[in-house]
Design a protein around this ligand. Structure first.
Ligand code: PHE
Length: 462
């Protein structure tokens, strides 16, 4: 056993507190907003299968790597990568992995907060009763009206950033845990209730088949990359968010069990949400390829038909906002701890500074859905590019570097120490994944999607 460091900011109060924090980070818009529309746009079953494989084969080992690195370094991701890099390899260049993560977090949160702002707006739309008995035209026009209005979405984006900065300024541990403990089960229960509703009145079986009957003819190289990106995004891995939380994990807690619990919960919630949304999508004939608006146009149709629909709508969007909030907090954490520890900011000062930069960046996404909606470059809007660059390129590249560091550059003693000192089967599985399976998988998927693999093949086998 090497000498063990203590975190600069104390520890989670209990094991369950850590699991709740990581689950709070993982479960968010990625599960309820992004997963369903990505599955819808990419043909369902085959995409879902690849996504599930990516979660288990790529996401889980990276999550374990992030927690182990975070706990060993006990600092913000930049300082942790610098410290462990120096200890294990004699170079501080690994800090760039941390810096990449901080930048990725800024970029992701800038659009994340805008979408979360839509959810906040929908608490009030739902509460106003506008969806009662509404048909597709009304529901579509409410959504189109909202996103095309940069003032309204800008205000809700600002509100969401303000509540996020507020919690971060007060410190991560405070309050978060109690809220996740109550609201996460509430979200799951509501989704289950909606699924039952979908079974009774919706087209549940159509939704089920769409999600689980793979049609591999729909699977392009790009779809595989999108599934990989979705796995990273939904698990919060690849940018140091989990690493930052790992810094507070007590030494005796099991990294393996925590990671498995979080991955199961996160995946379960995504599947549940997708089942709910597709039962309704097919019931009302909503176009399943309608993209980022899917949740916001399909669910209100169902809320409008059910008894107590106003209450259900408000509860749903409150819980969605909350889930987004706990994820947003974790997106800020690497940057904020970096500003505090390295640049000697106060917590409040760091939260405000980081928050204001991200808030400003967010207006580019606000505009991208509004006045700039037709502004495209190579068929993509600004938001499309930002989303593509962060989730499908930066997170996989960050995850690649993290896993290669843990698998190839950290001594076996160091990683076994954190995961399983006995170096049993699980440890060996993790290490094989970290050294071979994960890096190769990421590499191949990235090359394949960019067409490079095809060029190489053509070159070698003309
Ligand atoms: N996992 C979060 C979600 O699914 C988003 C997130 C990504 C949070 C990366 C932190 C880091 O909504």
């Amino acid at each position: 056993m090497t000498e063990q460091r203590t975190s600069l900011h104390g520890h989670w109060s209990s094991k369950i507190a850590f699991i709740l924090a990581v689950a709070g980070s993982a479960v968010g818009l990625g599960n309820i907003w992004r997963f369903p529309y990505m599955a819808g746009e990419n043909g369902g079953g085959a995409f879902v299968l690849v996504y599930l494989a990516c979660v288990v084969v790529v996401g889980l080992p990276i999550m374990m790597s992030e927690i182990l690195i975070g706990r060993r370094g006990r600092r913000n991701p930049v300082a942790t990568m610098r410290l462990l890099g120096a200890e294990e390899t004699g170079t501080t260049a690994w800090r760039w992995v941390g810096i990449l993560g901080v930048v990725t977090g800024f970029l992701i949160l800038s659009f994340y907060s805008v979408i979360a702002g839509w959810a906040v707006a929908y608490i009030f739309e739902g509460g106003s009763g506008i969806f009662i008995g509404a048909g597709p035209e009304t529901v579509n026009s409410v959504f189109a009206g909202l996103i095309s209005d940069p003032v309204t979405t800008g205000i809700w984006h600002s509100v969401f950033m303000a509540i996020t900065v507020f919690v971060v300024a007060l410190g991560v541990e405070a309050g978060l845990e109690r809220a996740v403990r109550v609201l996460m089960p509430a979200l799951i229960l509501l989704l289950i209730a909606l699924m039952v509703y979908g079974m009774v009145v919706g087209e549940f079986m159509d939704g089920f088949k769409f999600l689980f009957k793979p049609d591999f003819s729909k699977l392009t190289g790009e779809a595989v990359l999108l599934a990989l990106g979705q796995a990273f995004f939904t698990l919060s891995v690849g940018m140091g968010a989990i690493m930052a939380y790992g810094a507070y994990l007590p030494n005796e807690e099991s990294i393996v069990r925590t990671s498995i619990a979080v991955v199961l919960a996160d995946t379960g919630i995504a599947i549940l949400a997708a089942l709910v949304i597709f039962s309704i999508t097919f019931q009302f004939g909503v176009d399943e390829t309608s993209g980022p608006g899917l949740v916001f146009v399909s669910l209100p149709l169902a809320f409008g038909q059910m008894t107590g629909g106003v209450f259900v709508a408000v509860s749903f969007f409150v819980l969605l906002t909350f889930a987004a909030w706990t994820s947003a907090i974790s997106l800020m954490e690497p940057a904020v701890t970096y500003f505090i520890e390295q640049l000697k900011f106060s917590r409040v000062g760091a939260a405000l500074t980081v928050g204001v930069i991200i808030w400003g960046l967010g207006f580019l996404t606000v505009m991208s859905f509004g006045p700039w909606a037709d502004l495209m470059w190579r068929g993509r809007t600004f938001f499309d590019w930002l989303d593509f660059l962060t989730n499908n390129i930066l997170l996989p590249v960050g995850g690649f570097a993290i896993v290669v560091f843990a698998g190839w550059f950290m001594a076996k003693n160091s990683t076994a120490d954190e995961i399983d000192p006995e170096a049993g089967l699980i440890y060996r599985l993790w290490r094989t994944s970290a050294r071979y399976v994960v890096p190769i998988a990421i590499f191949v998927v990235l090359l394949n999607a960019t067409g490079l693999l095809e060029s190489i093949r053509a070159y070698l086998m003309p």
